[in-house]
Design a protein around this ligand. Structure first.
Ligand SMILES: Nc1nc2c(ncn2[C@@H]2O[C@H](COP(=O)(O)OP(=O)(O)OP(=O)(O)O)[C@@H](O)[C@H]2O)c(=O)[nH]1
Length: 202
C-alpha cells in the first residue's frame, strides 16, 4: 500500500469572518494576509499533498463562504467530504452557535464525515485573556460528545495550523477502511456542479 495515492475531500465551514480562508492560506501558502477583509463568495478550492507514513495524501480543501446568504451553496461543498473543519472565533460566542448548526447538519447528512472543531484567532487572547468568549473545556466536552476533535489555532502566528491538517490526513489514513484510490474514485472535482437540492434543508 505504501506509495499509494490517497485523496481526501475536506470542507471548511463556519460563520463569516471566523477565519476559514486565513486558516487555509496559512496552511497552504504559509502566510497571513493583512489588509481589508474580503468575504468568500461561493467557495474556493485548493489542494495540498502531504506525506503520511509513506503515503502521499492529497487534501482537497473546499473553503466555503460563511455568510448565511450562501448557506445553500455550502451544502454542495460538504457533500462527500471526509472531514469538515468547523470553525468558530474564540472571541465571538455567536460564532460557536453557528458551529452547532453545521454539526447537526453534518450529522444528519454526512455521517461518514469526521468533524474537527476549530477555535480560531487564538493570538487575540495573548495580551488579553478576557477577550475569550468561548470556553475551551466546554468545546472539548462538546467535541467528545459528537465524537469529533478539537483544536485552537492562530493563522496569524501559525499556532496549531499544521497539526490540525496533518491530523485530518492521518485520521483518514488510520480510520478509513482502505481502498485503492484511482482517478475514478478519488476526489471528484465535478461534485461542485451537482445540484444541491438533493440534500437536506432545515
Ligand atoms: N488576529 C487574527 N485575525 C485573524 C485570524 N484569522 C483570521 N483573522 C482575521 O479575521 C478576518 C476574517 O478572516 P477570513 O479568513 O477572511 O474569514 P472567513 O471565515 O474566511 O470569512 P468568510 O469568507 O466571510 O466566510 C480577517 O480580517 C482576518 O485577517 C487569526 O488567526 N488571528
Amino acid at each position: 500500500m505504501s506509495g499509494q495515492r490517497v485523496d481526501v475531500k475536506v470542507v471548511m465551514l463556519g460563520k463569516e469572518f471566523v477565519g476559514k480562508t486565513s486558516l487555509v492560506e496559512r496552511y497552504v501558502h504559509h502566510r497571513f494576509l493583512l489588509g481589508p477583509y474580503q468575504n468568500t463568495i461561493g467557495a474556493a478550492f485548493v489542494a495540498k499533498a502531504i506525506n503520511v507514513e509513506g503515503r502521499v495524501v492529497t487534501l482537497g480543501i473546499w473553503d466555503t463562504a460563511g455568510s448565511e446568504r450562501y448557506e445553500a451553496m455550502s451544502r454542495i461543498y460538504y457533500r462527500g467530504a471526509k472531514a469538515a473543519i468547523v470553525c468558530y472565533d474564540v472571541t465571538d460566542s455567536s460564532s460557536f452557535q453557528r458551529v452547532k448548526f453545521w454539526v447537526k447538519e453534518l450529522q444528519s447528512c454526512e455521517q461518514h464525515c469526521r468533524i474537527y472543531l476549530c477555535g480560531t484567532k487564538l493570538d487575540l487572547l495573548e495580551n488579553d485573556r478576557s477577550k475569550r468568549q468561548v470556553d475551551f473545556h466546554d468545546v472539548r466536552d462538546y467535541a467528545e460528545e459528537i465524537k469529533g476533535r478539537h483544536y485552537e489555532t492562530s493563522s496569524k502566528t501559525g499556532q496549531n495550523v499544521d497539526e490540525l491538517f496533518q491530523n485530518v490526513a492521518e485520521d483518514y489514513v488510520h480510520f478509513t477502511p482502505f481502498q485503492v484510490m484511482t482517478e475514478e474514485n478519488g476526489v471528484d472535482l465535478s461534485q461542485k456542479k451537482e445540484t444541491y437540492f438533493s440534500c437536506c434543508h432545515h
